[in-house]
Design a protein around this ligand. Structure first.
Ligand code: SF4
Length: 241
């Protein structure tokens, strides 16, 4: 079995399988309410029961899949903010910041499957209010799947290595066009079943590609990412350019 040098326990190339019986995806109702714009987390009873019903329906159709690969990382620190991710090079000040101090990077692609899109299309036409709630709930499901992947990668890390929050093309000045390189490097279409359109949309729509840096510096990053982290002055914060 081949392992990547620094990330000893994380296989250099691997698929994490979803286990709905022993590790089902848990979605936070609060997160769904937040996507729906209910800031105080207190929906009316009708909305609350609609959310429960939609979550139950989604649980039956989600098919989480993923593929990840670890690469050596080189953050050059040059004036073009070149970041060499092992499988491709990019230029991004915000990604450079996020990955500074890391020696490896895990590149991954994940989806919760096309069954969700079929429901989104159906309810968009026949029951728009349910469709809106389904958009919010399915966004929470893909986030939850990415969080589970994150947790499993973290658990497999060699002692003394720490993960940074995941960082996707389109965040800050990380070019969205780099999706093409990620798809090529990981053979995402073949391995995960996600298609990248000419306009850089992913199908199924509830899919994510991202990179996760690994390094010796323990920033105690929160799993939910920089957006909810209290370290407002963190140098590596991903939403700062
Ligand atoms: S802001 Fe928080 S989550 Fe983001 S890199 Fe810094 S410590 Fe990690």
């Amino acid at each position: 079995m081949q392992y990547f040098r620094g990330i000893q326990e994380v296989k250099a190339e691997s698929i994490l399988t979803y286990d709905p019986v022993h590790a089902p995806l848990k979605v936070s109702r609060r997160e769904i309410f937040r996507y729906l714009g209910i800031r105080d987390g207190k929906p009316d009873p009708q909305t609350s029961s609609l959310v429960d019903s939609v979550v139950g329906e989604l649980e039956k159709v989600i098919r989480p899949r993923e593929f990840h690969q670890a690469y050596p990382l080189n953050v050059t620190g040059d004036e073009r903010h070149t970041v060499d991710l092992g499988c491709f090079q990019t230029h991004s000040r915000s990604l450079e910041k996020n990955l500074r101090g890391c020696s490896e990077v895990i590149v991954f692609a994940a989806t919760i499957g096309s069954g969700v899109d079929m429901l989104l299309r159906r309810y968009g036409l026949t029951e728009p209010s349910r469709g809106v709630v389904m958009q919010a709930a399915s966004a929470a499901f893909i986030e939850s799947w990415c969080d589970q992947i994150n947790d499993r990668l973290k658990a497999a890390l060699k002692e003394g290595l720490y993960l940074r929050p995941r960082f996707s093309p389109g965040y800050g000045d990380f070019p969205l066009e780099d999706q093409r390189d990620i798809f090529r490097a990981l053979q995402v279409e073949k391995r995960v079943g996600i298609v990248l359109t000419e306009s850089l949309l992913m199908l199924p729509s509830k899919s994510v590609t991202a990179v996760i840096g690994a390094g010796k510096e323990d920033l105690s990053c929160v799993r939910e990412g920089c957006e909810v982290c209290r370290k407002a002055d963190c140098l590596y914060r991903r939403n700062r350019l």
